[in-house]
Design a protein around this ligand. Structure first.
Ligand code: COA
Length: 432
């Protein structure tokens, strides 16, 4: 087999592989829990030899050492999403943030806006024909590797072999680093009584036969407890998390009534526990695709009764939703929120749900506000927004006047803030 010789010739160590990276290069890291560990560590060790290397990444669960203060001048982080390890660098001005819908991140790399010098990725060991699977991170990782000048792949025996449009052939990799370490995992989020009530409210909107997108965090996790008696749900999502396993096991998710990819769960990246990674390994029920496909609103909308469930930080009385900044500080990013809101709204019988507890910061701050904080971003605008859900109920804003939006939103705000919100609606917008 030619590919086997090819594979052997490309084998190297992480230290040697990253020697190909030069000053002023742009390096893109494989996404989320699929981030490679050995090559990133080796690159960081070379910091003093390098100047102005741009590191591009999205959700980061790694150490993020390239964004430490002492790395200034050597590495410059450019985030397409902000995670715990990169938030401080961006908000201190030592790193950059580039806003972009998740569905359009692959085109950043392929259309010349951000040409990629080196892609650092992780993949599964090859099959008998030389194809490695991108495993838990297909998202932008596959399109990025396809447009990069150089591809360095850590071939990890622990990377599950996911199926779908999720393969790279050994001939398309330039350097191979064999490894065997556990992938990054994230714990199942804890849910409190407020999240439970939100889960119950959301579940009341979900019809049998609906196709679901479940976002990250406690709320999507809370919803699943109330879905076990639903029938023939389907999954077309950006991120696949542990929350889906009990739904498959209870028989609530079958995909039988899906109008696109019937009988399959569609996702672009997977983030969760080792149990989840075992579940997706060689699982023909799960199909992975690049994010330019899964998150394309027109593709999403082909699923009838598409129901997207995501979270937010603040919503103003007109329905402008901020899901990514705390005041002027970038907290996360748009990710796939607007992709799925738009896809769900276009879908026949679709519903776009944005949910959060009515207050933040231990009850001190209302998430329903007269206007977004100074410097905050509008993630989902009032023109796109549909359902807002809190523990106090459900507000459907679509087709409603500004006056009616304010009324239904105040009804689901925390009772301690309702009088203040009514007063603000009157004085700021003259609508109540
Ligand atoms: N003012 C000040 N602080 C606020 C706040 C506000 N209005 N709203 C939230 N916060 C604080 C919280 O108290 C919390 O702080 P803590 O960690 O110290 O307790 C922190 O900000 C995070 O808020 P929380 O709402 O608990 O975050 P979360 O982990 O549930 O994530 C989003 C919610 C909206 C940030 C997250 O879902 C996101 O990034 N969404 C955009 C991307 C997306 O939707 N992608 C599609 C699905 S994968």
């Amino acid at each position: 087999m030619v590919w086997k010789n090819n594979y052997r010739e490309k084998l190297t160590s992480a230290e040697d592989a990253v020697k190909v990276i030069k000053s002023n290069d742009r390096v893109v890291l494989g996404h989320a829990c699929g981030e490679p560990k050995l090559t990133v560590d080796s690159l960081v060790k070379r910091a003093k030899e390098l100047e102005n290397v741009e590191i591009v990444h999205m959700v980061s669960y790694g150490k993020g050492e390239y964004a430490y203060p002492e790395m200034e001048g050597h590495f410059r982080f450019n985030g397409l999403f902000i995670g715990p390890s990169t938030r401080k660098a961006v908000n201190d001005g030592r790193a950059d943030f580039t806003p972009r819908f998740f569905s359009e991140i692959p085109s950043l790399f392929s259309n010349g806006e951000l040409p990629v010098d080196v892609a650092l990725i992780q993949a599964s060991p090859p099959d008998s024909r030389g194809y490695c699977s991108y495993g838990i991170s297909v998202d932008y990782t596959k399109p990025c590797a396809e447009s990069a000048r150089v591809v360095i792949a850590e071939v990890n025996t622990r990377m599950p072999r996911t199926l779908g449009d999720s393969f790279i052939h050994v001939s398309d990799i330039d350097y191979i680093v064999e490894c065997d370490y556990p992938l990054y995992t994230i714990p199942v989020p804890e849910i409190g009584p407020a999240e439970e009530r939100i889960g119950e409210n959301i579940a009341s909107l979900i019809e049998d036969g609906a196709t679901l997108q479940l976002g990250i965090g406690a709320i999507p996790n809370a919803v699943l407890h109330f879905l076990t008696d639903k029938h023939d749900l389907g999954i077309h999502t950006e991120m696949l998390s542990d929350s889906v396993i009990p739904l498959v096991e209870s028989g609530a998710v079958t995909g039988r009534r899906k109008t696109l990819h019937k009988g399959k769960m569609i996702a672009t990246f997977i983030m969760g526990s080792e149990e989840l990674y075992d579940f997706v390994d060689k699982n023909t029920y799960v199909e992975m695709h690049p994010v330019s496909y899964t998150n394309d609103p027109f593709i999403i909308s082909k699923n009838h009764r598409m129901t997207s469930i995501n979270s937010f930080i603040q919503v103003d009385l007109l329905g402008n939703v901020n899901s990514e900044t705390i005041g002027p500080n970038q907290f996360s990013a748009v990710g796939g929120q607007v992709d799925f809101v738009r896809g769900a709204i276009r879908s026949s019988g679709g519903k776009a749900i944005l949910a959060a507890t009515s207050t933040a910061a231990g009850g001190k701050i209302s998430r329903i506000v007269p206007y977004l904080d100074r410097g905050a971003s509008v993630t989902t605008s009032r023109n796109d927004v549909q359902y807002i859900v809190t523990e106090y109920g459900i507000a459907n804003l679509r087709g409603k006047t500004c006056r009616d939006r304010a009324r239904v939103l105040i009804n689901i705000a925390h009772p301690d803030f309702r009088d203040w919100l009514r007063e603000q609606a009157r004085t700021t917008y003259q609508i109540i």
